[in-house]
Design a protein around this ligand. Structure first.
Ligand SMILES: [Zn+2]
Length: 198
């Protein structure tokens, strides 16, 4: 396994639409392992292949160590818990949204946008069709924080970042930070590729 550098805001690959995986070959299996290792190394809870410079429709999630926060960053009580029977660690290949329901807002961050946070409204409940890490067809109903993380990563596969979904006033407040990231003027504690040196 290898730790891959994470592509930061401003790089072209984050704006591209990823392509479906046709077969689960060795290279895709390796990509999934590497994405898990990369995500854990960076203390992330979700990663899309675009973020490691790869345009395959692959997402890795691990929220097993997360105490679910609410919009204020405090402990979640009962507002939007993830159902206890849902997996906390999973890989999704070629995910598709079957349907979405409800809406709630929460502050999000992203490994491709170090130091940037903003509230995003997303569906409360979602049904996702995907292939699992053995390329078996799955359909899973998800809610709470898990649904949010999957929707955030799903956006990445379509070239959409969470800052594209925050309101205009907040986005303009984030601009100076975004400019810094684009210029490579920051130093997260994980390997990165910036727009300044792709
Ligand atoms: Zn992200």
């Amino acid at each position: 396994m290898s730790i891959l550098p994470i592509y930061l805001f401003g790089t072209e690959v984050l704006k591209k639409k990823a392509k479906p995986v046709e077969t689960l070959d060795d290279s895709t299996v390796k990509l999934i392992f590497d994405m898990f290792e990369t995500m854990h190394k960076a203390n992330g809870i979700g990663l899309a292949a675009n973020q490691v410079g790869d345009l395959r429709r692959v997402i890795t999630i691990d929220i097993s160590d997360v105490t679910e926060p609410n919009a204020e960053g405090e402990m979640e009580d009962s507002a939007h818990p993830t159902s206890p029977d849902l997996p906390r660690t999973l890989a999704l290949i070629n995910p598709e949204i079957v349907n979405e329901e409800g809406a709630w807002s929460m502050e999000e961050g992203c490994l491709s946008l170090p130091g940037v946070r903003g509230a995003v409204e997303r569906a409360e409940k979602v049904r996702i069709r995907f292939r699992d890490s053995e390329f078996k067809k799955q359909e899973l109903f998800m809610d709470g924080f898990l649904a949010r993380v999957v929707l955030h990563e799903f956006d990445h596969l379509n070239g959409v970042l969470f800052v594209d979904r925050v309101n205009k006033a907040k986005r303009s407040m984030l601009l100076p930070k975004l400019r810094k990231i684009r210029k490579g003027e920051l130093d997260p504690d994980y390997p990165v590729v910036t727009a300044a040196k792709v």
